[in-house]
Design a protein around this ligand. Structure first.
Ligand code: PMP
Length: 356
C-alpha cells in the first residue's frame, strides 16, 4: 500500500493525452469545436428513424463495403483506394502507426493539429516541427530534407490557412522516400483537394472527415484515400487491432450522407456565405485574421488580449477555443455557426468592446 511506486507502474505506457475541445452542456453559444450548424442530410435522419434494432444483433461488415463503395463513387476512384475509420482521428492514429516506423523524425509544422505530437509520443515516433512563417504559411523548403514521414493539415488548424495544391505537390515531389499524409478535415470549405494527385503519387495519403462539412461529428466517420498499397497497409493494421471498427448505424447513415450531393454542396455554400459576412463584422469590431479556408476564423483583436476575450466569453457561456501556447496565445479560434449564432456573438462582442 502507500504511495510507493509499484513495479508494474513502471511498465505503464505514459503519455500526455490530447485535450479535446470542451463539450459543456450549459452553453449559450458553442463555437469551440468546429461543428457544423446545419443538420446532416435528410436521408441520414430517415435512415436513423427506420433502423430496426435487430440489425445490431449481428457484427457489422468488417470491410465497411457499403460506405467504401459510396465514397469511391463520390470521388471517382476504385474502392481499393478507400479506407474508413472512426472519425479522422482514428484514421490518423492508424496511419501514424502504419507508416511512421523510421528512425528518422517525421515532420510537421510547429503550429498545427495538436494531436500529431500526441500520436508520436504514444507510438514513440521521433518528430521535428518546422516553423510556419509569420503569416502562418508553410515554408516548403523545410520539408525538402531527409525525414521519416510528413504530415500536413490543409487547411491548417487552428490557423485556418489553406495552402495551394502546388505547395503540397512540391512537398510530395521532394519526399519520394516517405509517406506524406495530408489531413484535409476542412478542405470542403477551401479550394482544391490534394486528391487530384493520388493517381500520380503512391506515397500520398489524403485524410478527410464527416465531422465538419457533412455535419456528422457525433457519428464519428473519417476516411483516407490513397494508393492501393497504402490502403492495404492501413487495413492490415486495422485488422490487427479491431476488425469491426464501424457500427451498423454509422455505415448506413454515412452512405446516405454521401449520396446527397445537392444538400452537401448547398450547405457548404450557405456556410461560406456566413463566413464571408462574419469576416466583415469581425473586421469592423477591430479583429484581424488570416484568410480562412475552413469553417472557423483565427482572430486576433487590435488591442484586447485574446485571453481576456476568451475568459469574458466563457463567463457568459459563449465557448470559443483559446490555445495558451507560444505564437498563438493572442488568437481565438472561432467556429462559424449559424447566422443567428454569429449575430448573438457579434452583439455580445460589440457591447463588450464598446463598454470595456
Ligand atoms: N484533423 C484536424 C486538422 C482537425 O481539426 C480535426 C478535428 N478536431 C480532426 C482531424 C479530427 O476530426 P474527426 O476525428 O472528428 O474526424
Amino acid at each position: 500500500m502507500g504511495n510507493k511506486t509499484k513495479a508494474w507502474e513502471n511498465y505503464i505506457r505514459k503519455v500526455t493525452p490530447y485535450v479535446p475541445g470542451e463539450q459543456p452542456k450549459d452553453t449559450f453559444l458553442k463555437l469551440n469545436t468546429n461543428e457544423n450548424p446545419y443538420p446532416p442530410a435528410p436521408g441520414v435522419q430517415r435512415v436513423l428513424s427506420n433502423i430496426d434494432a435487430d440489425i445490431l444483433r449481428l457484427y457489422p461488415d468488417p470491410s465497411i463495403g457499403l460506405l467504401v463503395d459510396e465514397l469511391a463513387r463520390f470521388y471517382n476512384v476504385d474502392n481499393d483506394r478507400v479506407f474508413v475509420g472512426v472519425g479522422s482521428d482514428d484514421v490518423l492514429a492508424v496511419a501514424f502507426l502504419t507508416f511512421f516506423n523510421s528512425d528518422k523524425p517525421i515532420l510537421f509544422p510547429d503550429i498545427t493539429y495538436s494531436f500529431y505530437p500526441v500520436y508520436c509520443e504514444l507510438y514513440r515516433i521521433p518528430y521535428e516541427t518546422q516553423p510556419l512563417d509569420k503569416d502562418f504559411r508553410i515554408v516548403r523548403e523545410d520539408y525538402h530534407k531527409d525525414n521519416g514521414g510528413v504530415v500536413i493539415a490543409n487547411p491548417n488548424a487552428p490557423t485556418s490557412v489553406y495552402e495551394e495544391v502546388s505547395t503540397i505537390e512540391d512537398i510530395i515531389l521532394h519526399n519520394p522516400d516517405s509517406v506524406v499524409i495530408i489531413d484535409e478535415a476542412y478542405i470542403d470549405f477551401a479550394g482544391e483537394s490534394a486528391l487530384k494527385l493520388i493517381d500520380r503519387y503512391e506515397n500520398l495519403l489524403v485524410v478527410q472527415t464527416f465531422s465538419k462539412s457533412r455535419s456528422m461529428a457525433g457519428m464519428r466517420i473519417g476516411y483516407a484515400i490513397g494508393s492501393p498499397k497504402l490502403i492495404k497497409a492501413l487495413n492490415d493494421v486495422k485488422y490487427s487491432i479491431n476488425s469491426y471498427t464501424m457500427n451498423q448505424t454509422a455505415i448506413l447513415a454515412g452512405v446516405e450522407s454521401v449520396r446527397d450531393r445537392e444538400y452537401f454542396n448547398d450547405k457548404i455554400k450557405c456556410l461560406l456565405d456566413i463566413r464571408k459576412e462574419s469576416e466583415e463584422t469581425f473586421r469592423k469590431l477591430g479583429f484581424s485574421f488570416p484568410e480562412s479556408g475552413a469553417n472557423f476564423l483565427f482572430v486576433t483583436h487590435d488591442y484586447i488580449p485574446a485571453k481576456e476575450l476568451y475568459e469574458v466569453l466563457r463567463e457568459n457561456r459563449i465557448y470559443v477555443r483559446y490555445f495558451d501556447q507560444p505564437r498563438i496565445n493572442n488568437h481565438l479560434r472561432i467556429t462559424i455557426g449559424s447566422r443567428e449564432q454569429m449575430n448573438m456573438l457579434f452583439e455580445f462582442l460589440d457591447n463588450y468592446i464598446n463598454n470595456r
